[in-house]
Ligand binder design. Structure first.
Ligand SMILES: [Ca+2]
Ligand SMILES: [Ca+2]
Ligand SMILES: [Ca+2]
Length: 235
C-alpha cells in the first residue's frame, strides 16, 4: 500500500470517529506484505544426519541410504520461513485480516538450481497446509545446474490452488507472522519471496489507544483548517 492510500484511510477514519458522517472510501484499496528468504547457490556440505544451514534455509537429507551428502541438492528437503513480521505493514495487515477481508493473491517467486532430471517429481508448498508438484507452478527447468526462477500465485495454481483462508491461518497460527515453506528434493533453493495481498474494503475497528491517536489527528486537522480560515479572514 502506498503512503498516500494509508494516509487517506487514517484521515477518513479520523473524520468518521469525530462523527461528521463521512462514509468509508468509495474506492477499495489493497495492502501487500512481502517476505524474502535469502539462501545461497553454494550451501555448505555435510554428511547425514547433519542438517546444513544455508542462509535463511535449512537442508536435510531425505533418502540417506542412496546419498548421504547434505547440501548437494540431491534427495534433500529444504525448509525456510517467510517472516512477515519484518514488513512495516504487518500490524495493519493483521488488523485488516481480523476484520474479515479476503486474501486476493499470494505470489511466490522461487529461484532454484536443479541438480538432477528427477526435479520433474519435485514438490513444494506451505508446511502443514499443502504441497504441489513443481510442474503445477511452472514449466520444468530444462537445464541442470543453472539457476531457474519462476513466479506463481498460489491462489491460481491450475490443479489444486490454495484456499485464501488456509494461507491466512498459517500466517497467524503456529509461528505467528511466519509462513513455513518446504521444497523437495532435487534442487538447491537459492532464494524465495512471498507477497500476500489483502483487500481493504472492511475497515478494522480501531484499538482504544489508536482511537485517541485518530481523534488527535482529526483535531489537529481541524485546528489547521481553523487557523487557515482565520488567516484568510485576516488577510
Ligand atoms: Ca543430498
Ligand atoms: Ca530425488
Ligand atoms: Ca525429485
Amino acid at each position: 500500500m502506498s503512503f498516500t492510500k494509508n494516509t487517506t484511510w487514517i484521515a477518513v477514519t479520523a473524520v468518521s470517529v469525530l462523527g461528521t458522517g463521512l462514509a468509508t472510501p468509495a474506492e477499495t484499496y489493497a495492502l501487500t506484505l512481502t517476505a524474502t528468504a535469502q539462501c545461497s547457490a553454494t550451501p555448505p556440505v555435510a554428511l547425514y544426519p547433519t542438517r546444513v544451514i544455508n542462509g535463511d534455509c535449512q537442508i536435510k537429507q531425505v533418502i540417506p541410504t542412496q546419498n548421504p551428502i547434505v547440501g548437494n541438492g540431491i534427495d534433500e528437503a529444504t525448509f525456510w520461513d517467510f517472516d512477515f513480521t519484518q514488513d512495516p505493514n504487518y500490524s495493519l495487515f493483521s488488523a485488516f485480516a481480523q476484520a474479515g477481508n479476503v486474501l486476493t493473491s499470494a505470489v511466490l517467486s522461487l529461484e532454484i538450481i536443479p541438480k538432477t532430471s528427477l526435479v520433474a517429481t519435485d514438490l513444494l508448498g506451505i508446511v502443514d497446509v499443502q504441497s504441489n508438484l513443481l510442474s503445477e507452478y511452472t514449466s520444468l527447468p530444462g537445464t541442470l545446474n543453472q539457476p531457474f526462477t519462476f513466479t506463481q500465485d498460489l491462489l491460481s495454481l491450475p490443479l489444486n490452488p490454495y484456499q485464501p483462508q488456509s494461507i491466512l491461518a498459517s500466517l497467524f497460527s503456529g509461528k505467528n507472522g511466519k509462513i513455513p515453506f518446504r521444497y523437495d528434493d532435487d534442487a538447491i533453493v537459492v532464494s524465495s519471496t512471498l507477497s500476500l495481498t489483502i483487500d481493504e474494503s472492511i475497515a478494522p475497528v480501531p484499538e482504544p489507544t489508536s482511537t485517541l491517536g485518530y481523534l488527535l489527528l482529526g483535531l489537529g486537522g481541524i485546528g489547521t483548517l481553523w487557523n487557515r480560515q482565520k488567516m484568510a479572514r485576516n488577510a
